[in-house]
Design a binder for this molecule. Structure first.
Ligand code: ATP
Ligand code: MG
Length: 304
């Protein structure tokens, strides 16, 4: 059985839908937690390997398209960090195409009656003690990889848009939580983060809140702060390989546009002015993640 005590600080970011900012949230929350001094590990369990765009490690010589992660799971050997210090306090185990082999291999094992969804939990536990926090990014549709991630996690964080199909997708991931949880393995929903909703759209927010409550009852609170829609910032961060707060710092330090206009030069870079506002959303959401983990851990210790 995996050592679940070692896995107490593993957060899985998932929902049963694509394109709802799972990867953006994972990268930015992990990056901010690391910047705040928490030793953080990012695991990319997605064959798309998109985290490399958010963090800009797509040309790193150790980038292995998920080979180490897939091999460790299939051979039952302990995981090791593949890219260390992608930022201060932030290490990565990259994803990529090799992870597609894992689902196939597990399905074959399942047909022979020998499948185990604890593969990631088993090989992550020996490494997990080196970190204060571990985030796992998951693919949108691969049920097997989602179940491997949930089986290795203590907490689930669900990003969602406000539309009904995104809300319905929460039901699918909640069903997987029930599948992954066991008497030995505590797994709880840390919360739901609303993405792509303007901060002023209070009616959209309260409708989404009602829908989520109807689906999940009290088990999954909607975070007070969401992540606003900002396509320009999202595009720019990925093309530069920087996190949103890093882009915001560049925006705040940039030469005002009028200065270059007055001197007749072209500004070296046009940066989206909404980066600081989006960075603030990510800071608040990350704060809520850390606070809620603390609160729930303290409540559990108090109850014991
Ligand atoms: N706050 C935002 N506002 C607007 N667009 C965003 C925002 N955050 C992310 N995006 C963009 O939305 C798209 C999907 O984001 P992301 O890749 O994070 O979602 P995902 O849920 O991980 O997708 P997938 O299911 O494919 O893994 C990307 O093009 C990304 O740049
Ligand atoms: Mg993704």
């Amino acid at each position: 059985m995996p050592d679940y005590v070692q896995l107490a600080r593993v957060v899985c970011v998932a929902t049963g839908k694509g394109g709802v900012s799972k990867t953006s949230l994972t990268a930015n929350a992990a990056g901010l937690a690391a910047a705040a001094g928490h030793r953080t590990l990012l695991i990319d369990l997605d064959p798309q390997g998109d985290l490399s765009d958010d963090l800009g490690y797509f040309n790193h010589p150790a980038l292995d398209e998920g080979r180490h992660l897939a091999n460790a799971m299939l051979s039952g050997t302990p995981l090791q960090t593949v890219i260390t210090n992608v930022r201060a306090n932030l290490d990565v185990i990259p994803g990529g195409e090799h992870l597609s082999d894992v689902s196939g291999a597990l399905l074959a094992r399942q047909a022979r009656g020998r499948a185990s969804f604890d593969l990631l939990a088993e090989c992550l536990a020996p490494l997990a003690g080196d970190y204060d926090l571990i985030f796992i990014d998951t693919p949108p549709t691969d049920d097997t990889l989602q179940l491997l991630a949930l089986s290795a996690s203590r907490w689930l964080l669900i990003p969602t848009k406000a539309d009904t199909s995104s809300i319905r997708a929460i039901q699918r991931i909640a069903a997987r939580v029930a599948e992954a949880r066991s008497a030995d393995h505590a797994l709880d929903i840390l919360g739901v983060v609303l993405v792509g909703v303007p901060t002023a759209a209070t009616r959209v927010r309260s409708a989404a809140e009602q829908d989520i409550h109807q689906l999940l009852g009290d088990v999954a609170p909607l975070f007070d702060r969401g992540i606003r829609d900002s396509a320009a910032v999202a595009r720019e961060t990925r093309s530069q390989g920087v996190l949103v707060h890093e882009l915001a710092e560049k925006v705040e330090g940039a030469e005002p546009f009028w200065k270059s206009l007055r001197s007749g030069t072209t500004p070296s870079q046009r940066l989206p002015g909404s980066a600081p506002a989006l960075a603030d959303d990510y800071v608040r959401v990350t704060e809520q993640i850390l606070l809620r983990i603390d609160e729930l851990e303290n409540a559990a210790t108090g109850a014991a």
